[in-house]
Design a protein around this ligand. Structure first.
Ligand code: SF4
Length: 370
């Protein structure tokens, strides 16, 4: 019931992170990262399960040492979502988690050191069809590049990324994706634009250390929005100093706003004013909280009065328009039911769930496509 996305995505080579395709014609994957102590297996598994419930396609887990690698193996056995192990420098950790079933290695080949060690990691990845994510970050650029460019720049980020890519190229390993993150929106966007022209592999987008829930969401939406609208990006991570579950929700909301994914409810709500015939803000917030578990794509309009109500409600699968003495619910664009302000949220929730079930029954692939 809304415009199809006009975005033409950059054609990238598809890779697989476990069972999840990234790049090519695959939906843009939404990922997050655990912030528990990886050694605390129970807490990490619990957090990953919450991320799975929120719809995470991929989850990254920090693996700083060999004890964490063993814990990673136990975690891996208890969750369904594909796991990326985040490793810095120590190639032995990469080899161990490869044995333990990791779905993707986040490790920069240029930081591993000796060539035989890089080769050992690449061989292990090749043998098990495990992709590698090269992750360049403006905050940890190589010293010589800092010196050459004076400060982090998009060109410096690109040069760093291409060095790592060259390591893999030399070993004829193409099963990788790349990120060039910066906390500055313009720097990250410029770096990704450069990178998109240089390689055919999928790009993992992120504005690193974006900030807290509100500021980081806005920064990520602006930065990733610019890139995604140009067709750049195959998987995204929203970095927030907040509960990682929020990163998944924000990630899906960004993709939904660009019509790149359609998982769950797309709410259309007016900001309300003195013309409202029911409490729009309260109704909207309650519905959003109650319906987070719904996966079926559905447009729901919550509009306070007849000024914009009928127009928006008619375009939605379910639309509520405020009125006196009763509010009016539209279903599939047609006036269907009057509701007064008592039990408004309960009734709406019921109608929305019914509609979602009906749509899922008619087309089960709606959930998968989301
Ligand atoms: S739709 Fe009605 S209630 Fe909502 S903001 Fe507009 S005039 Fe106010």
């Amino acid at each position: 019931m809304h415009c199809a996305s006009p975005i033409k995505r950059r054609q990238s080579r598809k890779i697989w992170v476990g069972s999840v395709p990234v790049g090519g014609d695959a939906p843009i994957a939404v990922q997050s990262m655990t912030n528990t102590d990886t050694l605390d297996v129970a807490a990490t598994v619990a957090q990953i399960r919450r991320l799975e419930d929120a719809g995470a396609d991929i989850v990254r887990v920090s693996v700083p040492d060999m004890d964490a690698a063993e814990a990673f193996g136990k975690i891996k056995q208890q969750v369904r979502v594909p796991l990326v192990a985040d490793i810095h420098f120590d190639y032995k950790i990469a080899l161990r988690v490869a044995e333990l079933g990791v779905d993707c290695l986040r490790i920069n080949p240029g930081n591993i050191g000796r060539e035989d060690r890089v080769r050992a990691v690449v061989d292990a990845a090749r043998e098990r069809n495990i992709p590698i994510r090269i992750g360049v970050n403006a905050g940890s650029l190589e010293k010589d590049l800092q010196k050459k460019y004076g400060e982090p720049t998009p060109e410096a980020l690109l040069e760093s990324a291409m060095r790592h890519v060259d390591h893999l190229d030399k070993l004829d390993f193409q099963n990788f994706k790349v990120s060039v993150k910066a906390s500055d929106v313009f720097m990250a966007v410029a770096a990704y634009r450069l990178l998109a022209k240089q390689i055919e592999q999928p790009l993992h987008l992120g504005i690193t250390e974006a900030g807290g829930l509100r500021s980081g969401t806005v920064k990520s939406a602006v930065g990733l929005g610019m890139l995604l609208a140009e067709g750049i990006g195959d998987t995204i991570r929203i970095s927030l100093a907040a509960d990682p579950v929020e990163e998944i929700k924000v990630g899906f909301d960004i993709l939904k706003s660009l019509h790149l994914r359609s998982r769950g409810i797309n709410f259309i709500a007016c900001p309300s004013c003195s013309r409202q015939n029911f409490d729009v803000v309260k109704t909207m917030n309650e519905l959003e909280g109650r319906l987070e578990d719904l996966l079926v794509p559905l447009d729901v309009a919550v509009i306070g009065c007849v000024v914009n109500g009928p127009g928006e409600a008619k375009e939605a699968h379910i639309g509520l328009t405020g009125g006196t003495p009763n509010n009016l619910v539209y279903i599939d664009g047609k006036p269907a039911q009057k509701l007064n302000n008592d039990n408004l949220v309960d009734e709406l929730e019921r109608l929305i769930r019914e509609k979602a079930a009906e749509r899922a029954e008619a087309d089960a692939s709606l959930i998968v496509r989301g």
